[in-house]
Design a protein around this ligand. Structure first.
Ligand code: ASP
Length: 432
């Protein structure tokens, strides 16, 4: 957050709140929320609407910010450059996701979480049918049959597709020989630019509310699920969070180092989207904050406007780690054995590809897990032991989701920064 660098000193009875460093305020909210949730459990649930308020504020600006920044971005960059950056970003996204599944499988194999069969609560998972989709259907769905519907349903890939095509069209208008068209193109471009700027200001304002939203969201999760993170599920949680931490240090730290980007500067800016994703459990919902961080890191708008919404949808490293750990948990619980190497390879491919068709919303990873389990012959069917083990995971899903979503957005930002650096687009003054 830019706070501290440019925030003016606020006066009035709430001055103490606004003048206190935002990060500390958010962290205090986080710890207080966890404590309140654990101590008061369901008695604290009256606080939940304050958390929903934060999520709603972010979601309110999600579509306008994606649309305006993407149209500005696509109409300012040449299609060739967009293609070059796009291909690199997608490669980075896929490779980091595959590495994440490997880390997840490793963590699962080291910690070997499993549960005694009697503790299985089979009923819960009965309603979830494996929602695997054909690859051709996933790819075709990128092209919207109705733009309005894509916006209303918040399906990001079709919105990205439309905005890029629209932006490219606009770029031709801006260089048109016809004065009338050129002027119209410039006016529309300036309007979109202004909308994007206003959205950025709105994010800065909304983040002032973040500490209270964070407190309420965390209290809600811990009140409902805190007590369940005991026993076998505690091991799943530990394995996932150690995996998340390792991925940050090894993969992101390694990438930043290789591309000579200061780790401290990166995490200084990445902390806001990290925490926001942690509590909202949605990469999509966090997009406005991730974009603001990209802006502070000197990543050009033409690049991040495209790569971050794309990443929110197709790049889910935290979710991939979770897939690895949970698949092993379910296999050990149900069959007593870990996967063979061939099955692990299948999991790596399925988990990497499954993320492409899944939106960055809370709980998305749990749906992807169905596809992964199906691929290794452990389909979740009502009344089976697999369904029971899966239901146990669902019981603590919100807690696992917090960590994996935080990692997901950090991954999007890391890949975007690295590709911008590689293509010499990064404003290096912001990293000094
Ligand atoms: N929260 C998501 C998950 O369930 C994904 C995301 O929003 O990035 O893994």
């Amino acid at each position: 957050m830019a706070e501290g660098k440019k925030a003016p000193v606020k006066k009035g009875w709430l001055g103490w709140y606004f003048n206190f460093n935002l990060l500390y305020r958010i962290l205090i909210g986080l710890v207080l929320g966890a404590l309140l949730g654990i101590i008061f459990q369901e008695k604290i649930l009256w606080i939940s609407p304050l958390g929903d308020l934060f999520v709603r504020l972010l979601k309110m600006i999600m579509m306008p910010i994606i649309l305006s920044t993407l149209i500005v971005g696509a109409s300012s960059i040449s299609p060739a450059t967009l293609g070059k950056a796009g291909v690199r970003i997608v490669i980075f996204y896929l490779v980091t996701s595959a590495l994440a599944v490997v880390i997840g499988l490793l963590m699962g194999s080291i910690f070997r979480p499993s549960a005694a069969m009697e503790t299985l609560a089979i009923a819960d998972a009965a309603g979830k049918a494996a929602a695997s989709q054909k690859l051709s259907a996933i790819l075709l769905a990128i092209i919207p049959t109705s733009f309005a519907q894509a916006v209303v349903n918040e399906t990001i890939l079709p919105v990205i597709f439309f905005s890029i095509v629209f932006g490219i069209g606009l770029s031709y208008l801006r260089i048109s020989g016809d004065e009338r068209l050129k002027k119209a193109g410039e006016t529309l471009f300036e309007m979109c630019d202004a909308v994007a700027e206003v959205m950025m200001r709105m994010v800065t304002g909304i983040m002032q509310y973040a500490p209270i939203g964070v407190l309420a969201l965390v209290a809600d999760v811990f009140a409902k699920q805190g007590a369940k993170v005991a026993g076998a599920l505690g091991m799943v949680t530990v394995a996932c969070f150690v995996g998340y931490a390792l991925h940050v240090v090894l993969v992101y730290g390694g990438m930043l180092k290789v591309f000579k980007l200061k780790i401290k500067t990166f995490f200084n800016e990445a902390k806001d989207p990290f925490i926001t994703a942690f509590v909202t459990r949605s990469s999509n919902g966090t997009l406005p904050v991730t974009m603001e961080a990209a802006e502070h890191l000197g990543i050009p708008r033409d690049i991040y406007a495209f790569s971050l919404p794309l990443g929110a949808t197709i790049n889910m490293d935290g979710t991939a780690i979770y897939q690895g750990v949970c698949a092993i948990f379910i296999s050990l619980t149900v069959t007593g054995h870990n996967f063979t190497l061939a099955q692990m390879l299948l999991i790596i491919v399925t988990a990497t590809l499954a993320s492409i068709g899944t939106a960055g919303v809370p709980g998305a990873g749990a749906i992807m897990l169905l596809m992964v389990l199906e691929s290794v012959g452990l389909p979740v069917q009502a009344g089976t032991a697999v369904a029971g083990a899966y239901a146990m995971i669902l019981g603590i899903d919100a807690i696992l989701d917090m960590g994996r979503t935080a990692l997901n957005v950090t991954g999007d930002l890391t890949c975007t920064a690295v590709v911008s650096k590689q293509l010499n687009y990064l404003d290096l003054k912001k990293w000094e």
